[in-house]
Design a protein around this ligand. Sequence first.
Ligand code: GLA
Length: 734
Amino acid sequence: MRDLKSVLSLLALQAAILAPAQVSIRSDEAHQLWQMSAGEMTYVVGINDAKALQSIYWGPRLNQAATFTTAKQLPELASFDPSVATTPLEYPAWGGGLPLEPALKVSFRDGNRSLQLVFSDARVTADELEITEHDIKAPILVHLHYRLSPSGILARWSVVENRGREPVTVEQAFSATWNLPPRRDYDLSWLTGRWGGEWQLHTEALHSGARVLESRRGSTSHQANPWFAIGSTAETNETSGPVWFGELGWSGSWRISVEQTEQQRIRITGGYNPFDFSFPLAPGASLETPRFYAGYTTHGHGEASRILHRFQRAEILPQSPAPRPRPIIFNSWEATEFNVDEAGQIALAERAAQVGAERMVIDDGWFGQRKNDHAGLGDWYVNPQKFPHGLKPVIDRVHSLGMDFGIWVEPEMVNPDSDLYRKHPDWAMNFPGRPRSEARNQLLLNLAREDVRQYVFTWLDKLVSENDIAFLKWDYNRNWSEPGWDAVPLEQQKTIYLRYVQNLYSILSDLRKKHPKLEIESCSGGGGRVDLGILRYTDEVWPSDNTDALDRLSIQDGFTHAYSPNLMVAWVTDVPNFLDRRVIPLPFRFLVAMNGSLGIGGNLNKWTPEEMSEASRMTAFYKTIRNTVQFGSLFRLIGPRQSEETATEYVSADGKQAVVFGFLHSQHYGNPFPSLRLQGLDPAATYTLKTLDPAKAPNLPQQLNGAQLMGEGLSLKLAGDYDATAILLERTDH
Ligand code: GLA
């Protein structure tokens, strides 16, 4: 171990030279602490008198001259809560009596299961701090990484390294523990759901005990999303007040536990789900945990979302920092389900092009012996009855119509009724000799296996190389049931949880490298696999199979708390809706879908000439506001759960354009639509207003200034059930 003082002074020098303006890391030698700042946030950690890394500050941005109290371990709280539990440690290992959720738990061959981590070393670059700790006796090193991004996000992860001569077993390895400042009025917001009902937002006061958000299903899940936001009960709302928020970048089983300790401190620990987890570390081997991203704002839940949106677009997506605008997709699923064929898809493509679609996507049903969901998954050849000339005639026609072409795949799955399963039954994930549970008549391929990884990559690569495919809709329609992997030694079998996801990422990454123009959507029976891990390799996600426009308002609202609108594909589909049987007028359906990446999923062959021309009007309007919706700042003016109305506003990144959407779900007592006080405008600037439907904003002046629009607001005349409109604002240059 290097001498602490010399390390720190060198680091202070490095940090001063390298730090860019937006992010900074200051090493304070005298107090053994590191002050990290990005965006609105400062985060400070320090080495305490027990040589452990401790949280010192997480809150509003402070300048470099700020002073902090020296890190000091806190005393025990009676004999039942030792100092290791009362001190806000940055990465507490299980040992020394820790009764709370440990970030790390390791067992050794000699029977020892206790770890106590103390400081070894630090390394600072312009945007990254790496603190290394080691156990007081055992040769285990833990590298704690902190990486700052200019968008105001701090990414944390750990690397656990076995420097000994004996193998050890990691039983639990989280990415980070985040400690909040002690106060008593915290509210937790989180997202849950199910198939057809994802992105349900909940907010509840935190009390003593733990709230566990997790998936044990092998993938991210519909049931909970790895995102949290914590505000103050008294102070925080959509537009103001402190919010500490974060999300995980992992597409396998995950857990975030939010604990309020007996001292009323909040600690948030997240990363790999420890359920059924065990990871052997051979001598010299290490285990890296996923990125756990977090941020802070004093401007309420709206700004917390906007920070995440900017961060995702600038730093997470494969096309970051400047992702291309999402095209208007036509997707065949709700129109034709499994009955896809050459003539039918060409007819739909022609209609789609007429209404302004830019990408034609053939969904499920084009491959193997796929007539319904009982057969075909695994056999990825073009079905010769449905497409006797291969995909080329359809793709050529799509291109001649001015669109590009995409196709649905579900690479991780196999139907028992498939040639692949008949040839390789051992490739299906299973415990030998035990039942293999089917869901939607399918089994999971064990992607952790190298031969399966290669098979999947090879056929995908061939499909994309032999056909001019711009886009894959990558689906995943079930959860894990029997996660067995008997081809490797017993102690490695549980690594399936990690290896599977790592191989999934590697296939996506290799495909993108080989086909740089290819774009990919992450779909899992709707929004079952949306997280910052998969989003490093995919350009967009399908948030839900539920396409009912009223339900979508809540789904989209919940989604945007955690993810950017440009990622969220939203189709306009037919009525009565297949799920809710609800009948909602076409303009309302379009305006709802315009709040994300607009697409069309209805059976266009059945649309009347009036509907076709309304669709063209709507897609033309969307194209004028697409960049503002997809890359601007979202303001949720009225949330869909608050009342019978919903309203959203987007302001373009350069501030020159804004668009406002108003939705009346159902009319009560003839109440007028509330005036919409806008946000995020320049109060001194003048805006020219244009309405999509003049009758719905009859008294709209041609121009208003920003202060009026934000103070007095905009009046819309919406009436009856499912009425909606949009107003476009262009800033006049001054
Ligand atoms: C999933 C997807 C749908 C559709 C079907 C096809 O449910 O979410 O959009 O692709 O599979 O089988």
